[in-house]
Design a protein around this ligand. Sequence first.
Ligand code: UDP
Length: 405
Amino acid sequence: MNNLEQYESIVGREVITRVKEKAAPLKGKHIVCINSTFSGGGVAEMLNSAVFLFNTLGLKFGWRILQGFPSFFDVTKKLHHAMQGEKIDLSDHAKEIYYETNERFSVFTHLKHDLVVIHDPQPLPLIDFYAKKQPWIFRCHVDMSEPDPDTWDYLKQYVAKYDEFVVSREEYKQDVAIPQQIIFPAIDPLTRKNKELTDDKVKTYLQKFNISLDKPIITQVSRYDKWKDPQGVVEIFKMVREKIDCQLVLLGSFAADDPEGQETFEEMEKCIADCGYEDDVTLLTVSDDILVNCLQRAAAVVIQKSIREGFGLTVAEALYKGTPVVASRVGGIPLQITDGESGYLHEPRDLASFAESTTKLIKDESLRHTLGEQGKQQVTEKFLITRYLEDWLDLFNRHLSASNK
Ligand code: UDP
């Protein structure tokens, strides 16, 4: 398990000292966070690092996973779509499933903590089932630039009961009368997914999955989810492949709280079988952090073809490894990529421009290197876990010093 000292060589002594100073007043404070999956997706990824580090810093930081039946996750997936802008019709029955699942979970989840952090809409209504004796923070990770108005009106009644609403960018703030704050997500440079690997290790590890480095690799690493538009990636690959001999690797794991992953994966199998370059496409579903690491390092270009994207940790992960990213100008992605300097940004529908930038990068190693260096520097400055810890510690200090008075 990592401790903060191990990050000194990456972020410097000053940052380590500052994080420790911010953690000092919170020593022994009992904080809990609740989300709905232990693995798969960016929220679990961040909690897996942050929860452990908070404990090494002296906080008593717990983590609970909301349990629900598949019908519950069908409802919350719909809510997720609606928060990202899709018009949905939420029946009274669906609302009942949503609310009652939270109520059941509350019965056996005893919260006597000094502070509670709720992640994303799945456990949002939990706040109704406790005599609220501590600050409650709602952290929403999805792209809320244009939520479905009716769904937002419905969810807002719960959000309004919280003490703070934390989002990933200014444009996601909403019309709710509680303080709202931005905390950028972040990656952990020391996890198996992001740590340094030698070229040899990358090569031999990829061979295990029948991926050779003989042809330049284009990859997208993302859950099989319509908002990540994997079919769009295949369309772009076809355009690039007509010009250059290259290969596409799509890697996507499934998240326990995402009931649509399997269906999207099966659509992808068909899409690839029909694409005309089937032999140059590898479609993977393994959940393997070293494989993610190797692919993001070995790729000539990482694509992130999202239609909506709360932040997109995969972008920061690739940039941190010095790999340029060609991505959609949506959600949290433009926070991470400066167009033309650390990657390229395009409108999601503009497949031709995606293909053009990808082709240009594959052909030009020195351009890849320049963009890669720039991307790594930007992520190191803004999107590493130490900065994330600092932001949360500031927030905890603010709420807990206020509630101590
Ligand atoms: N991820 C992974 N394996 C996969 C696909 C995704 O480990 O096959 C990880 C990815 O590396 C990143 C997270 O899942 O850490 C996805 O976070 P992101 O913010 O990009 O998207 P989300 O899934 O939360 O919408």
